[in-house]
Design a protein around this ligand. Structure first.
Ligand code: WT7
Length: 645
């Protein structure tokens, strides 16, 4: 690990909201007096009825309960739009950059107001009211933001499903939260290729009953419309006014559900509520990106992931910032695209993922160097540990050694960033997420849950609540308690391993559970396994991650076949296609090894530790194999391993 220290540039510190002295002072206040600290910062958003209570949270596994600002009321869309109209009506709220470089659109706060109000009225006409769940399955077009904010305006709960998920995954997520209204588009457009969103919705709905499907026209491609169920957004929008009164909701009323993978079972519906979430998303966005009124801020995520929720839509818009929304991919039409967009729109803050950086690094530095990028001021990274080489390339070539990189650690569950540098306060070390944000108390524990002090390595837990924390698993509070608060009693367990160095800096080492991180996308190995064993030729499957140059982790699959089935290249291809169809392209296995048997204990438990080692091509030291039921299985697995150096 690189331990080179990059001190805060003096000009950045002088102009930033927070320098190191301020960080120390505010961090201390946030921990010693959370009520006082958050009571003050809670006022950064507009409340209809101001809160009088601040923090009311318990991590006691018998009674996990998380409430912030619990007697306050507000409307999230009014905070993201209405309150800016007087001073920022003509300021761009969203700059939309299409997949094709010839297409872009600027939406001012005043225009955003009209669009969101219309969208809310259309949804209202479809029967959507406070507390209802609405599933959004949309490409990266402004209507995705309009639809989110329209739900928030009505007090309805959106559940976004990433456009790369299959009809089956979509169906599971629609029925999981019992949505009666779906919003989609005819087709998406990414890298010049069409994504059949409406056709996928039709497939998902073959076995499900919903009231309405609202279809946004994006490509104009042919889609079938089911009479009485499906409506075109642009036709409905003509019938409604562009004013819709924002609905007053309680701070603890739900804002959205977002499904995410865990180490066991099917994806969980992570539930975030309104007041604390918005305070936390907006405050982290302002301070971590040091975002000022004249910045052009671009986060390259998709709104289908939490990063898009907190750092494309809610955080920036609550702050009255200009947020850029990009429909396309980094490599289309050329590997200069990101930097062309930076120059075109004079982007000053640029937030992306290590997997994109590694891919662009591979394409060659000439694609960066031919662009100007002098508008850039702050860079950011999220989604997985950033390897020091990628960090260095990002810093040297993209930021021309001028721009601090904020390596932000957080999770769908945390709602916002928890561990990160602040550009004006924190000296950087490539590969380290550095220090906790205000109000965040990280700790490292050993397997027994003993807190470890000083420079050490362990499992990353958070000792107390922060306002952006998820409140429950939708419809299954017991699963929430089990997943996050029962491994180490009285602590929130992140599922990540982590090292802390002599300076108190945190270095995330990756997941310690059965979750893998493929190109910054979270995947439960159990989900991929259950998709595989649903194939008629598959008897058993075990899935593990292995180091992958571009993706961070790749998906390594061990499969045993039903009696009479023979391994073949064709079958491997078939299984790849099967998983893509069951879950989506993001779950496509990278390597498939057919095995006559899997290593098991005498009680029948698959020994994943061994499978991980073999997949990593580091099987010299397999650890204790004395509990194996049949040691010969391992010989065959090593012999036929797929990932050879
Ligand atoms: C997992 C959460 C939070 C938005 C994107 C992913 C990994 C995330 C970092 C980082 C090292 C990171 C962790 C975490 N992760 N950011 N800066 N350094 N690891 O959200 O899908 O909920 O995944 O992503 O392993 O647990 P997510």
């Amino acid at each position: 690990m690189s331990e080179t220290l990059y001190p805060v540039p003096a000009d950045i510190a002088a102009a930033a909201y927070i320098d190191d002295a301020k960080y120390q002072e505010m961090y201390k206040a946030s921990i010693t007096n959370p009520d006082g600290f958050w009571g003050e910062h809670g006022k950064r958003i507009d409340w209809i009825k101001p809160f009088t209570k601040v923090k009311n949270t318990s991590y006691d596994p018998h009674n996990v309960s998380i409430k912030w600002f619990e007697d306050g009321t507000l409307n999230v869309s009014a905070n993201c739009i209405d309150r800016h109209l007087e001073t920022r009506g003509d300021k761009p709220a969203i700059i939309w950059e299409g997949d094709d470089p010839s297409e872009h659109k600027v939406i001012t706060y005043r225009e955003l107001y009209a669009e969101v109000n219309k969208f809310a009225n259309v949804l209202h006409a479809m029967g959507v009211k406070k507390g209802d769940r609405v599933t959004l399955y949309l490409p990266m077009i402004p209507e995705a933001a309009y639809a989110m904010l329209a739900c928030a305006r009505l007090g309805a709960i959106h559940s976004i499903v990433f456009g790369g998920f299959s009809p089956d995954s979509l169906a599971q997520r629609i029925s999981g939260c019992d949505s009666k209204v779906i919003v989609t588009a005819d087709e998406g457009l990414r890298g010049g290729r069409k994504v059949p969103l409406k056709a996928n919705v039709d497939k998902a709905l073959e076995t499900l009953d919903v009231d309405k499907v609202v279809v946004v026209r994006r490509t104009g491609g042919d889609v079938s419309m089911t009479e009485g169920r499906d409506v075109w957004y642009h036709e409905e929008a003509e019938r409604v006014s562009d004013h819709c009164e924002p609905v007053e909701v309680n701070a603890e009323d739900p804002l959205f559900i977002l499904y995410t993978s865990g180490s066991t079972g099917q994806p969980k519906g992570v539930l975030h509520t309104s007041g604390g979430y918005l305070v936390y998303a907006s405050m982290t966005h302002q301070y971590i990106f040091d975002c000022k009124d004249d910045d052009i801020y671009w986060c390259t995520a998709d709104v289908g992931w939490v990063t898009g929720h907190s750092y494309i839509v809610y955080g920036p818009l609550a702050n009255g910032a200009t947020t850029l929304m990009f429909e396309g991919i980094p490599s289309y039409p050329s590997p200069s695209r990101f930097w062309d967009v930076v120059d075109k729109h004079k982007v000053s803050i640029f937030y992306t993922a290590p997997t994109a950086i590694r891919a662009l690094m591979g394409a060659g530095v000439e694609h960066v160097e031919k662009t100007d990028r002098s508008s850039l001021r702050i860079l950011g990274s999220v989604g997985e540990p950033i390897n020091p080489e990628a960090w260095q390339w990002f810093y040297d070539h993209v930021g021309n050694k001028r721009c601090p990189i904020v390596d932000t650690w957080w999770q769908t569950e945390t709602g916002g960033i928890l561990i990160t540098p602040l550009p004006g306060a924190t000296a950087l070390k490539p590969g380290s997420a550095t220090r906790p944000f205000f109000g965040v108390q990280p700790a490292l524990v050993d397997a027994e849950g003993q807190i470890l002090e000083g420079a050490t390595e362990g499992n990353l837990v958070i000792l107390d609540s922060w306002p952006g924390q998820m409140r429950t698993v939708y419809g299954d509070h017991e699963r929430f308690v089990q997943t996050y608060f029962s491994t180490y009693k009285g602590m929130y367990f992140s599922g990540d391993g982590c090292r802390r160095d002599e300076d108190g800096y945190y270095w995330i080492t990756g997941r310690v559970d059965d979750v893998i991180n493929v190109s910054g996308h979270r995947m439960g190995t159990a989900e991929v396994e259950s998709a595989l064993v649903a194939h008629p030729k598959v008897s058993e499957a075990a899935v593990v991650g292995y180091p992958h140059d571009l993706k961070g982790q790749g998906i390594y699959v061990y499969v045993t076949l039903m009696d009479g089935e023979e391994p073949s290249e064709d079958l491997a291809k078939e299984l790849r296609g099967w998983v893509r169809q069951e879950i989506g392209p993001i779950a496509s296995p990278d390597l498939i090894q057919f095995a006559p048997g899997l290593p098991k204990t005498r009680s029948g438990k698959i020994m994943r530790r061994i499978l991980r080692k073999i997949a990593e091509d580091s099987f010299d030291n397999l650890g204790d194999t004395s509990t194996l039921a049949d040691p010969a299985v391992v010989e065959d697995l090593i012999e036929n391993r797929q990932n050879r150096a």
